[in-house]
Design a protein around this ligand. Structure first.
Ligand code: CNA
Length: 259
């Protein structure tokens, strides 16, 4: 994208932010690639290495062998890391500090919005959070690090310390329902905001990808910041096909000039 064109789009998007009364930011794996976490669909992404068919809740529950395979995918896939938030996460957190953010709706499971400084009660995680594990029998929730310390040396599938039930990452597997209260809250804010900013999502995973569509259908302006085209481009007001970190940093600078 030519620099002039990029700057023009950033100025226009900043103007939308300045005038908006309620902004919802919707994020996907693309916001975290600059923190070193691979996304799903880019070259080198997780689905170029692993088969999504191996990642269903049915397989997870079917046998210890399939669970072990999934645990190894999670460990090798780069989703459990000590990654740090990047410029894009920090810009989103700064929008909250400036009083310009109603909430973040994220498909990510990496906890980086909270780590960047967004209030946990303003982050709606549609697909859960990889930093935690939950016992499928008694519901006990564990920080993932604690369990990995037990898992790594023996390479044995961890179970619940209290009831020896199956421990599952506290994330949504294929075939599982999204957390309904979170989805309801996210939809509520999407249908009432006047500006929706999508950052780093292919917008092909449903029902999450409905959120920007609900916003647009309810009258909000839609800005999409993503390296590659999305199926929602035709309804967007501004499309910026460029790096999320660079764009968000510039967008924040430009917005601050007029606040
Ligand atoms: P996706 O389908 O992998 O799409 C990511 C999009 O981001 C692609 O269109 C890329 O072109 C784009 N992209 C990648 N890097 C950048 C960048 N630096 N700047 C701008 N755009 C970029 O991921 P979605 O989030 O759309 O799909 C939803 C899945 C991915 C959810 O179920 C997530 O849980 C899952 N996921 C999450 C993480 C994470 O938590 N960090 C990592 C990998 C997958």
């Amino acid at each position: 994208m030519a620099i002039d064109q990029l700057n023009g789009k950033i100025v226009a998007a900043a103007e939308m932010i300045v005038h908006a009364k309620s902004i919802v930011v919707f994020t996907g794996a693309g916001i975290s690639t600059e923190s070193g976490i691979p996304d799903f669909r880019s070259p080198g992404g997780i689905w170029t290495k692993f088969d999504p068919e191996d990642f269903t809740i049915q397989k997870f529950l079917s046998s210890p062998e399939t669970r072990k395979k999934q645990w190894n995918i999670l460990l090798e896939g780069g989703l459990i890391t000590d990654a740090e938030p990047n410029k894009a996460h920090r810009a989103v957190a700064e929008l909250e500090k400036l009083g310009k953010l109603t909430c973040v709706v994220t498909q990510n499971i990496d906890n980086l919005h909270q780590k960047a400084g967004n209030s946990p009660d303003k982050v709606y995680e549609l697909h859960g959070n990889m930093r935690y594990l939950r016992c499928m029998d008694c519901g006990a929730r564990y920080p993932v690090g604690e369990i990995l310390e037990r898992y790594r040396p023996k390479n044995d599938i961890p179970d619940c310390e209290f009831c020896h039930g199956i421990l599952k990452p506290d994330v949504i597997f294929f075939g599982e329902m999204l957390p309904q209260v979170t989805l309801k809250n996210a939809t509520f804010h999407a249908t009432r905001c006047d500006l929706m900013i999508v950052i780093g999502s292919s917008l092909v995973v449903y029902p999450a990808a409905s959120i920007p569509i609900y916003a647009k259908e309810s009258g909000a302006k839609l800005v999409i910041i993503n390296n590659t085209p999305t199926p929602c481009d035709e309804i967007a007001d501004i499309i910026i096909n460029h790096s999320a970190g660079e764009v968000m940093e510039k967008l924040l600078e430009e917005t601050k000039k007029s606040l």
